[in-house]
Design a protein. Structure first.
Length: 296
C-alpha cells in the first residue's frame, strides 16, 4: 500500500523551471555532484557556484525549487531525484541541442532488396533504412538524446543506439515501461489497423506497446521482442555469438518480418525463425505477445 500526497500540476512544475537563476542553481548542484552521489552545498557555496550576486534574489529562487527539485538538509542543499532528472536532461541536450549526422553506409545489406543499409540522425531520431529509395524499407527509427551521439565516432554511435534500442524493447517485452516503469500493455495489431509507416516493406506484423502511466507508446516487430529472450541468447551463445552485441538492425529475424509467419488464428500464433550458421531455432509466440514454445 502506498500513501498518496498532494501532487503539483504539470504547468506548475514547469513554471518553477522558467527562470535562468533556477536553472543555474540546478546546474550548479548537478555539476558539484559525483556519479551516484548528490553533493550537498551550503547556501553561500551554492550561490557562489550559481554565479548569483544578490543574496535576497538567490534565496527567493532557491526556495521556489525546494521541495520539488531541491532538498534542504541540515548541511545545505542537494538535488532531489526530479532535480537529478532535470539536470540529466540538460546535460544530454534533450530539449536544447540540435545535432545531425548525415547518412552513412553500414556494413549490412537490406533484408528486403539486398542493397546497403544506411544510418542517419536528425530531429533527435536515429534511423536505419535501405539506401535504395525505391525499396523504402526502414528497419529502425528510435529517439536518442542529441548530446549522447554528438561526440562519438560512428562505431560508438552504432553501439550506443543498439544498446538503447535492445534495452528498451527488452523492458517492454517484460511489460515494464522503459521510460517511467509503468505497466506496458502490448498487443499484436490486425493487418488492417491504422499505424505509421504502413507501406514499409520490412514490417508486416506490428506490436503496439502502450504505457498505462505515462502514455508512452512504441511499435515493434515480433522478431525484435525475442532478441534478448533466454532461449535466443543461449542459441547464439552455443555458436560462440553474443547476440546482444549484434546490431539489432543487422539481425534478419529482428529487423524485418521476412522470417515471421502467422501459423494460426484461433488461438493466434506466430513463429519467428532464428538462424545462426546452418542451425535454426523456431520461436513460437501468442498474441500477448509472449514466447510459448521454442524448438531447435
Amino acid at each position: 500500500m502506498t500513501e498518496e500526497s498532494e501532487s503539483l500540476r504539470p504547468d506548475d512544475v514547469f513554471t518553477l523551471l522558467a527562470d535562468r537563476t533556477r536553472i543555474e542553481i540546478i546546474g550548479a548542484l548537478g555539476d558539484a555532484s559525483t556519479p551516484g552521489v548528490t553533493e550537498t552545498l551550503s547556501f553561500s557555496e551554492l550561490r557562489r557556484r550559481a554565479g548569483v550576486s544578490g543574496s535576497g534574489r538567490f534565496n527567493y529562487h532557491l526556495k521556489q525549487l525546494v521541495g520539488q527539485f531541491v532538498e534542504e538538509t541540515a548541511d545545505g542543499y542537494r538535488l532531489s531525484y526530479p532535480g537529478v532528472r532535470v539536470y540529466q536532461a540538460m546535460q544530454a541536450g534533450t530539449f536544447t541541442e540540435q545535432v545531425r549526422l548525415d547518412p552513412f553506409e553500414l556494413d549490412v545489406t537490406c533484408h528486403v532488396c539486398g542493397a546497403a543499409q544506411v544510418a542517419a540522425y536528425r530531429d533527435s531520431m536515429f534511423r536505419v533504412r535501405c539506401r535504395d529509395d525505391d525499396c523504402g524499407a526502414v528497419f529502425y527509427k528510435y529517439f536518442c538524446p542529441p548530446r549522447s551521439l554528438a561526440e562519438r565516432e560512428r562505431d560508438g554511435v552504432l553501439r550506443a543506439v543498439n544498446e538503447r534500442v535492445q534495452r528498451e524493447i527488452a523492458s517492454m517485452a517484460k511489460g515494464v515501461c522503459p521510460w517511467c516503469c509503468g505497466r506496458i500493455e502490448s498487443r499484436v495489431l490486425p493487418p488492417d489497423a491504422e499505424m505509421p509507416q504502413r507501406e514499409n516493406p520490412a514490417i508486416e506484423h506490428r506490436v503496439l506497446h502502450a504505457c498505462e502511466t505515462c502514455d508512452g507508446a512504441l511499435y515493434t516487430r515480433l522478431g525484435g521482442l525475442v532478441v534478448t529472450h533466454p532461449a535466443v541468447v543461449a542459441f547464439f551463445y552455443d555458436h560462440g555469438v553474443d547476440v546482444t552485441r549484434r546490431h539489432i538492425w543487422s539481425l534478419p529475424f529482428a529487423a524485418s518480418d521476412e522470417r515471421t509467419t502467422v501459423t494460426g488464428t484461433d488461438p493466434w500464433r506466430a513463429t519467428v525463425r532464428v538462424d545462426c550458421g546452418d542451425d535454426r531455432l523456431q520461436v513460437r509466440l501468442d498474441d500477448e505477445p509472449s514466447v510459448v514454445e521454442t524448438q531447435r
